[in-house]
Design a protein around this ligand. Structure first.
Ligand code: DGJ
Length: 328
């Protein structure tokens, strides 16, 4: 059920209903952005209309039927055109990873220059989150359709919340909550981005971090993450490293202002490097509505820096014009 006032189309309004260019709410949760040939693509979880509690699971395991992965495109980051469900759920085979009864979360897409393919990684899980695997799909076009390849435990290790980071040298990395969400692993992907290489680093050991969002600024690597409290908000943390695979030093909560200790009732999912604007980043949070997951909202906030320290100030509404620092 969706009901609220719509977001303005020339700026970001934190937590407001955000409609696409057809006037329908954007259904792309746990999302990530890929910039390709002058266009931003937003991929996210396409939530089903009905939220229910997974039967027989002790914790607050609220879910919807998996509607696959949706894609929206934009030139300006405010106005988004629906490009369709680019990874469709498999309704034909009840044991398929992408069957509506399964969990398909946090899709992220990167372009592989050497193969010319768009590669999607996502968290694949069983209805009680026991499968704890990463799934991969591939497409010739950013708007799909993506062909689902497989799920597996990367390097034989559990994977739940995940993201993919592509470095300037074309190498890509899978960052995933592992070891029952206690420790975050970072594993390089093979040159075709379709597998992990077999080695990984262990980060935030026994710190129980999830919802990773990774970016690079000034030669340093940043990971923003949340604690592990299901759909309920908690305090964010950011960590910085000189090397992509760590070691990472944690610096605590980057959020400032009202409800900063609850990440403004949001949870990290991605950090967007704004094209053409030096050192300009937008952090994307999901504000989950656990009893009506399709009506979860989006908080996109500007990231500011003092030296290498990052800061996310609460802002009701803003636009990129407020934050122009220097054009490239
Ligand atoms: C927290 C994760 O960050 C979400 O993506 C989702 O898996 C929920 N847990 C499920 O409770």
């Amino acid at each position: 059920m969706i009901a609220a006032t719509a977001m303005a189309m020339g700026g970001f309004v934190s937590g407001a209903l955000w409609n696409d260019t057809d006037g329908k709410h954007i259904n792309a949760h746990g999302g990530g952005i890929m910039y390709h040939d002058g266009t931003y693509y937003w991929y996210g979880e396409c939530k089903g209309d009905l939220t229910y509690r997974s039967p027989g699971v002790g914790w607050e395991c609220y879910r919807t039927e998996t509607g696959g992965v949706s894609c929206y495109s934009s030139k300006d980051l405010y106005n988004w055109k629906f490009e369709g469900v680019v990874l469709e759920p498999d309704t034909t085979f009840s044991r398929s990873d992408t069957h509506p009864t399964m969990v398909v979360e946090r899709p992220k897409v990167v372009y592989n220059e050497s193969t010319g393919k768009f590669v999607m990684w996502m968290h694949i899980d069983s209805p009680n989150y026991g499968k704890a695997s990463a799934g991969v799909a591939v497409s010739d076009s950013p708007t799909g359709k993506f062909t689902y390849i497989k799920s597996f435990r990367p390097n034989g290790q559990m994977a739940r919340d995940l993201t993919v980071f592509k470095d300037d040298d074309g190498k890509a990395y899978l960052v995933y909550s592992s070891e029952e969400n206690r420790t975050m692993h970072i594993s390089q992907l093979t040159p075709d981005y379709l597998n992990t290489v077999g080695t990984y680093t262990r980060n935030f050991v026994d710190k129980s971090r999830e919802a990773p969002a990774m970016f690079k600024r000034g030669g340093k690597y940043y990971i923003v993450s949340s604690g592990c409290t299901g759909w309920s908000p908690n305090e964010a943390d950011y960590a910085v490293a000189d090397n992509v695979t760590g070691p990472y030093t944690q610096f605590g909560n980057p959020c400032k202002g009202k409800d900063a200790d609850k990440t403004f009732y949001g949870q990290s999912t991605f950090v967007i490097p704004v094209q053409g604007m030096r050192d300009t980043f937008i952090i994307m949070f999901d504000r989950w509505n656990k009893r009506d997951l399709i009506d979860s909202r989006y908080l996109w906030l500007p990231v500011t820096f003092e030296g290498d320290n990052m800061c996310v100030n609460w802002t009701e509404s803003w636009s990129l014009n407020d934050f122009i620092v220097e054009t490239k």
